[in-house]
Write a protein that binds this ligand. Sequence first.
Ligand code: FES
Length: 112
Amino acid sequence: IDFARFYVCEASELANNHIRQIKPPGHDPVALYRVNDEFHATDDTCSHGQALLSEGEVDEDFVVECPWHGGTFDIRTGEALSFPCVLPVRSYPVAVEDGKVYINLRAGRAKE
Ligand code: FES
């Protein structure tokens, strides 16, 4: 597996303003978002509990809301935006090339 260039899916498979869970082998699950036709990726597991952000809601302002307690994150940076989420989730660079979506899992990082 090339973790620096992990192939996820065809871009056309994910509708705008939707979230998909990715399970790279040997890696924590990742949430892939398509918002305003931009692709972004973060850890799927909320930093507050064990909820999956891919089961939450994302809006046009690039904010995902956790399905358990309603905390929110910026999907572009992983930054926690509202209570009870305080700690960030890691975010990952996403590249779309020839209609294919790749995530750089190596470069995942939490916002300082
Ligand atoms: Fe996500 Fe509590 S588990 S806000």
